[in-house]
Design a protein around this ligand. Structure first.
Ligand code: 5AD
Ligand code: SF4
Length: 431
């Protein structure tokens, strides 16, 4: 989401005749797009600001801005402790950038706008993209779910959706620029709601755009995954059979305390239902360990669900207390040592699961989109399967953005290794 927002800001800056530089010391303006989801993300920004302060001393005219969730959340703190920051803009205020740049040329004081909007979806703004294969497209902003650990509903405000037409227009635009994969983004994509349809209708409309080879989306809330969505995924070959399904915790008591609105059993039933529709679907997840009050037994329930579901991959986090959220007020916080210990045990289990899930593919032929040259060797490609697994294979005659068949021969860590199979060889194999 922040990559996408930075691309929006990039396009607003281009309107003011700025161009992108990779060298910070050359920059006339630096905007840090920030995240507030965990304390660690905030620490990173503080360190970066310390470095930028040094740079700004040598370049006093450089405009320094803090954007996004941390700007929203910590504006008073930043204003007070870092007076050298010129601009503080929350996630709904990026449109003010051209006006600020103009005003700065006439020297003005710090500029702060962190008002949240019920309507801003940046509908008519096309982001400035640089990646080449995948285009991120934001379809809705904000979140109304209020999980008790999460700062997002406070920093990003209320849920609001873009029109289906504007998402389709942005998709057409991205394809015309050469992008072949579209990832639809939102804090809660399946809360997407417009007078013209909900998330399944949107997916259908994007899948029909000519030239879109693959569609992914992130993140859905388990509560809102319904038959209509799974049907659309099953019935469109360019929608990847991959779902990122955040579990967060395995124990019903903790899930309730997190305000996650599903039980362990409901989550497991949903996983079964996903496999009924798409037997080869890959499923990944987010898990938090050490939520306030989580006992050792309750943590073991999380491990249990991880064993049962056998997620292809997981993003695993230690609970990080976010001031202003409900969970930050709970008095039974877990010690850092216990959180670390639980995280390590969870990671060991997930590594095993990822490797065995990958090893299961050895001998299979999978469709892989060629995305980039492999980091290890110029003579190899790296690309992803429909299920979001990275595959490395020797180059033959294929090019970036091609979808090719690769026979999987080995799996190490989180990567698969294989060889390109040409169509004639596949026919031969089938015979
Ligand atoms: N502490 C740790 N992890 C968090 N997440 C959200 N808030 C917190 C927090 N306070 C995780 C959740 C979410 C992912 C994007 O970040 O797992 O799904
Ligand atoms: Fe945060 Fe996601 Fe829960 Fe919304 S649904 S409050 S973004 S964890």
């Amino acid at each position: 989401m922040n990559v996408y927002d930075s691309e929006l800001v990039g396009s607003l800056l281009e309107e003011c005749d700025y161009t992108l530089t990779q060298d910070m010391s050359e920059a006339d303006a630096v905007f840090l797009n920030t995240c507030a989801i965990r304390e660690k993300a905030e620490e990173t920004v503080h360190n970066r600001l310390d470095n930028l302060h040094v740079l700004k001393r040598t370049k006093p005219n450089m405009i320094l801005g803090v954007l996004g969730c941390m700007a929203q959340n910590l504006k008073d703190d930043i204003l007070e402790s870092r007076p050298y920051v010129d601009v503080i803009l929350g996630p709904d205020s990026y449109r003010r950038i051209p006006e600020i740049i103009k005003a700065r040329q006439g020297e003005m004081d710090n500029f702060v706008d962190t008002r949240l909007s019920k309507f801003e979806v940046y509908d008519d703004l096309f982001p400035s993209r640089h990646d080449g294969v995948n285009a991120w497209i934001s379809i809705m902003r904000g979140c109304d779910k209020f999980c008790t650990f999460c700062i997002v509903p406070f920093t990003r405000g209320r849920e609001r959706s873009r029109s289906i037409q504007s998402v389709v227009d942005e998709t057409i635009n991205a394809v015309s620029q050469g992008f072949v994969e579209i990832t639809l983004l939102g804090q809660n994509v399946n809360s997407y709601r417009t007078p013209d349809g909900e998330f399944p209708e949107l997916l259908k409309a994007v899948a029909k755009v000519e030239g879109v080879k693959r569609i992914r989306y992130t993140s859905p809330h388990p509560q809102d995954i319904d038959d209509a969505l799974l049907e659309v995924m099953r019935d469109h070959s360019n929608i990847c059979n991959y779902i990122h399904l955040p579990l967060q915790a395995g124990s019903d008591r903790i899930l309730k305390r997190m305000n996650r609105t599903y039980t362990q059993q409901e989550f497991l039933d949903l996983v079964d239902k996903i496999y009924e529709y798409m037997p080869n679907c890959s499923i990944s997840t987010d898990i938090i360990v050490g939520f306030p009050g989580e006992t050792e037994d309750e943590f073991l329930e999380t491990l249990d669900v991880v064993k049962k579901v056998h997620f292809d991959s997981s993003f695993m986090f230690k609970y990080s207390s976010r001031p202003g959220t409900k969970a930050a007020e709970y008095t039974d916080q877990i010690s850092e040592d216990d959180k670390q210990n639980r995280l390590e045990r969870l990671i060991v289990l997930q590594r095993k699961n990822t490797l065995s899930a990958n090893l299961r593919h050895v001998g299979n032929t999978l469709s892989v989109m060629v995305e980039k040259v492999s980091k290890k060797s110029d003579s190899q490609w790296a690309g992803r399967t429909d299920g979001n697994m990275w595959v490395v294979f020797d180059k033959t005659d294929e090019q970036i953005k091609d979808i090719v068949n690769v026979k999987i021969e080995d799996a190490k860590g989180i990567t698969l290794f294989g060889s390109r199979i040409h169509t004639e060889e596949l026919i031969h194999e089938a015979a």
